[in-house]
Design a protein around this ligand. Structure first.
Ligand SMILES: *Cc1c(COP(=O)(O)O)cnc(C)c1O
Length: 385
């Protein structure tokens, strides 16, 4: 059965079947890992099938079909990391071009924009993405790209993707949405008008904290071809083994996201009872409806502890179910102290201005028992009281 047969099926069904090919020689149900770097061709110059694995690999091709299917996109591409996917989007730009991005971005993306891409003569402006109009206000004649993360990292702010995409179209600007936190199960940026959707597959798509990978999806054929050209020209594609792991992860994405979401809601309810917690950041916590037709608020929760950095550090070292580690989106719960970990690469002044305080803690709520997660947090709070 080809992945086309599943096009009109529900997300859960597509996620399980998308991209997979039954192997002809054995009838194996799961897509094999093809490590071969090169392929025999029928005659010199024959490019009708696979030629060389940087350009195309059967395991990666299966994943790329799956990536397209889950974001309801025409084209999906798999990269060595989320940052490799980011760099590939930046290859669409040239000297003099200008990008407007929301200000609380994943730290590594902010570093790439400021320390790598800026050197090529590309300019960046950062705005508070909670108001879509801010993108338009920062637009100038050279603006070529709107870049947004929603929910954002680590403050979980939401941007109205539909509104930003509408403004972008008016000015002939492309919109890129980093959909890593929401995943295509909860939110579909391309259906809301975005041109390119990006994922760090290292997070929820892989889902088990055991791979580094990235993805781009688009519905525009020309953009897809352009991105594929750069994927091959700069050689930043995902390897076959990692492709297989992401393909496997995607099959359980729907059930994992349901459990991540319900566990996160329970953690938020518990945090509301802790008086030392001065602020909880969670989509929809202020009672506002979730924009972007988001199914649920997802599995990420951030909060401020009303204490100095040393005390927060002690709290962070006290949990056991929540493992003190960077990253997110795996089945295991993780705890991160952004000021000293994921966002340490952002200059302090900018970090504080953007609301990433010394007391901020970010949780990636895993799929363990909700009671064990909450008991773990209770014990850690007790340790600092
Ligand atoms: C982790 C992450 C990235 C970067 O992805 P890597 O796979 O680590 O290169 C980009 N965006 C967001 C929102 C992330 O969480």
């Amino acid at each position: 059965m080809s992945s086309d047969d599943f096009k009109n099926k529900a997300f859960e069904t597509r996620a399980v079947h998308a991209g997979s090919v039954t192997e002809d020689n054995t009838g194996a149900v799961t897509t094999p890992i093809y490590p071969s770097s090169t392929y025999t061709v029928a005659y010199p110059g024959d490019e009708s099938g696979y030629v060389y694995s940087r350009s195309d690999n059967p395991t990666r091709a299966a994943l790329e079909r799956a990536l397209a299917t889950i974001e309801s996109a025409e084209c999906g591409l798999a990269f060595a990391s989320g940052l490799a996917a980011t760099a590939t989007v930046m290859n669409l730009l040239g000297p003099g071009d200008h990008v407007v991005a929301n200000s609380d971005l994943y730290g590594g993306i902010h570093r790439q924009f400021e320390n790598v891409i800026r050197k090529r003569g590309i300019d960046f402006s950062y705005v508070d993405g909670r108001d879509a109009q801010n993108f338009e206000k920062a637009t100038n004649d050279n603006t070529k790209l709107y870049w947004l993360e929603s929910p954002s990292n680590p403050l979980l702010h939401l941007t109205d993707i539909e509104a930003v995409s509408r403004i972008a179209k008016k000015h002939d600007i492309r919109t890129v949405v980093d959909n890593t936190f929401a995943t295509p199960y909860l939110q579909q940026p391309l259906a809301l008008g975005a041109d390119i959707c990006l994922h760090s597959a290292s997070k929820y798509l892989g889902g088990h904290c055991d791979i580094i990978g990235g993805a781009l999806m688009t519905n525009d054929k020309a953009t897809g071809e352009e991105l594929k050209y750069h994927q091959n020209a700069s050689g930043c594609m995902l390897g076959p083994f990692e492709s297989w792991l992401v393909l496997r992860g995607i099959k359980t994405l729907a059930v994992r996201m349901e459990k991540h979401s319900s566990n996160a809601l329970a953690v938020v309810e518990y945090l509301k009872t802790e008086s030392i917690v001065s602020r909880i950041l969670f989509p929809g916590i202020d009672g506002a409806p979730l924009p972007n037709r988001m199914k649920t608020a997802g599995g990420m929760v951030s909060f401020d502890i009303d204490a100095d950095a040393e005390t927060v550090s002690k709290f962070a070292q006290s949990t056991k179910v929540f493992i003190l580690a960077e990253s997110l989106g795996g089945v295991e719960s993780l705890l991160n102290h952004p000021a000293r970990m994921t966002h340490a690469s952002i200059p302090e002044e900018i970090r504080l201005k953007n609301g990433i305080t010394d007391g901020l803690v970010r949780l990636s709520v895993g799929i363990e028992s909700s009671k064990d997660q909450i008991d773990d947090l209770k014990a850690a709070f007790a340790a600092i009281k």
